[in-house]
Design a protein around this ligand. Structure first.
Ligand SMILES: [Zn+2]
Length: 84
C-alpha cells in the first residue's frame, strides 16, 4: 500500500480508537474496562500488522497485497463508523 494512504488509514483508525477510549472513561464498570480492553487489543493487533515499507509486505502476515486482512477489517468497521 502507498505509504501516504496507509498513514491516512492508520490515523483514521487511531482517531476511532481514541474516541472509544474517551467513551470508555465515561462508562461505569465493567463496560468501561471492557471497551479499553477491546481498544488495546485492536491497537496491539494492528501494530503487529504494520506494513514493512522496505519489503512491501505486512510484517505480521507477510501478505503482499495493498492492505492485509487485519487492516481491511479495521477500515471496514472503524472508518465507516467515523463517518456515520
Ligand atoms: Zn497483516
Amino acid at each position: 500500500m502507498d505509504e501516504i494512504l496507509f498513514r491516512a488509514l492508520a490515523e483514521g483508525v487511531g482517531r476511532y480508537l481514541d474516541a472509544v477510549e474517551r467513551l470508555a472513561a465515561a462508562q461505569p464498570r465493567p463496560a468501561g474496562s471492557e471497551l479499553r480492553r477491546m481498544s488495546a487489543a485492536w491497537r496491539a493487533l494492528l501494530g503487529l500488522h504494520r506494513p514493512d515499507g522496505a519489503r512491501g509486505r505486512c510484517s505480521g502476515c507477510e501478505r503482499r497485497a495493498a492492505m492485509c486482512t487485519a487492516w481491511r477489517v479495521a477500515a471496514a468497521y472503524f472508518l465507516r463508523r467515523l463517518r456515520g
